[in-house]
Design a protein around this ligand. Structure first.
Ligand SMILES: *Cc1c(COP(=O)(O)O)cnc(C)c1O
Length: 378
């Protein structure tokens, strides 16, 4: 860790070249489908906490031409970081009364409901021209999108989509991370049937895990987020993605405690042997979940094989690690231990906290010293 990093409790290193490599890997996989399918990117939630303003331009340079955010505000804040002619889709559509703002901001809505459809049609009528939009249909997840009943009713009226220039028809899979789940095939069949009720447009069904279900799920565009950021899209199997995030915590002090001494809030951990403890400057206030108390582990990068379990409660600003098994290896204040790194994966850290990589990443927050590994100029 450099000196500036010592000012913070921990350091988050984000490898932009790994994000670009992950994008190219996924693009390559779906392009094998007769070179028909292209790869977009979900950059909602600040690119899963990694900094959408840094991530989006890297993805554009890697070839990405379709971006997805959840909210109008997210779209507005990153619009200027990528070329104006590349669409930024707002997954939640226009909030009531804001369709003019969304258009002015240079964003493209995903229309999910009859109300949003009507809102966009009314704006098009006021502007006197058709306006581009994606249309989402519900293929069985019952989250966002027009239902089968709505689509069937709208299909009977040739004016239903007047004023809307459909640039994408999309839906989302509920169980893509479980390849054998019957919902995947059911949603595929429903998507094929229901998308035929809409005006013709490029179609998109798969996000990260959906890409690994096979080419039936590709259609014209895939929309990964997680896999780009190093989250394994194939849980339980070795994943092909390059890790993107390293989270290091600084040792503030070490101490030796006798057998029988307890550590931290609630005296949750009691030493069963003379124990050497390192206090690290990261806690739940940094998005390192309290549920990792007595469950997660840290790694001294020079000695990755030595287990350094988190002991006791994770506090707001600190946590304790048992470093006894390092023996005589010095661990002076300022030493950086990995909480997520080459030897302890994001998935492992998330599992220890009883959650998934998605939640851990998006929670990491703004308290760390952040540095980015840039893509080498090519
Ligand atoms: C978040 C999201 C994605 C990306 O999902 P990942 O699992 O992160 O790849 C794609 N499409 C929609 C509609 C989403 O909400």
């Amino acid at each position: 860790m450099d000196v500036a990093a010592q000012w913070a409790g921990g350091a988050l290193t984000i490898d932009l070249s790994a994000i670009a490599a992950n994008y190219r890997l996924l693009s390559g996989i779906v392009a094998r489908n007769g070179a028909k399918t292209v790869c977009g990117a979900a950059i909602k939630a600040d690119a899963y906490g990694l900094g959408a303003d840094r991530v989006a331009p890297v993805l554009e340079r890697a070839g990405c031409r379709h971006f997805f955010v959840a909210h109008l505000s997210e779209g507005a804040s990153i619009r200027d970081t990528i070329s104006r002619d590349i669409p930024v889709f707002v997954l939640h559509g226009p909030p009531p009364g804001t369709s003019g703002d969304l258009l002015e901001a240079g964003l493209t809505p995903v229309l999910n409901s009859p109300e949003q459809l009507e809102e966009w049609r009314a704006l098009a009528a006021r502007r006197g021209k058709a306006l581009p939009a994606a249309i989402q249909l519900d293929s069985g997840m019952a989250r966002f999108g027009l239902t089968a009943e709505t689509l069937e009713a709208l299909a009977d009226d040739s004016d239903s989509y007047a004023g809307i220039d459909p640039v994408l028809v999309m839906s989302h899979l509920a169980c893509a991370d479980v390849p054998g789940h019957p919902a995947n095939r059911d949603q595929l069949v429903a998507f094929r049937r229901l998308s035929a009720l809409l005006p013709r447009a490029p179609r998109s069904l798969a996000a990260s895990s959906g890409i690994f279900l096979g080419s039936d799920w590709y259609f014209d565009l895939v929309r990964p987020g997680a896999a780009l950021y190093g989250i394994n899209p194939c849980p339980g199997r070795p994943g092909p993605m390059r890790p993107v995030v390293r989270l290091q915590a600084r040792v503030i002090q070490t101490r030796s405690i006798p057998e029988g001494q307890s550590v931290g809030y609630g005296a949750l951990f009691t030493a069963s042997r003379p124990t050497r403890v390192a206090l690290l400057g990261i806690g739940y206030g940094d998005g390192f979940h309290r549920s990792a108390s007595s469950r997660g582990r840290a790694v001294l990068p020079s000695h990755p094989d030595v287990r350094l379990p988190i002991i006791g409660r994770v506090s707001m600003d600190s946590l304790a690690v048992d470093i006894t098994d390092l023996g005589d290896i010095p661990v002076p204040p300022g030493t950086a231990l990995d909480l997520i790194g080459p030897h302890n994966t994001l998935e492992e850290a998330a599992e220890a906290a009883g959650t998934i990589g998605y939640e851990l990443l998006t929670d990491l927050g703004g308290r760390y010293h952040r540095s980015y590994i840039d893509v080498a100029a090519d």
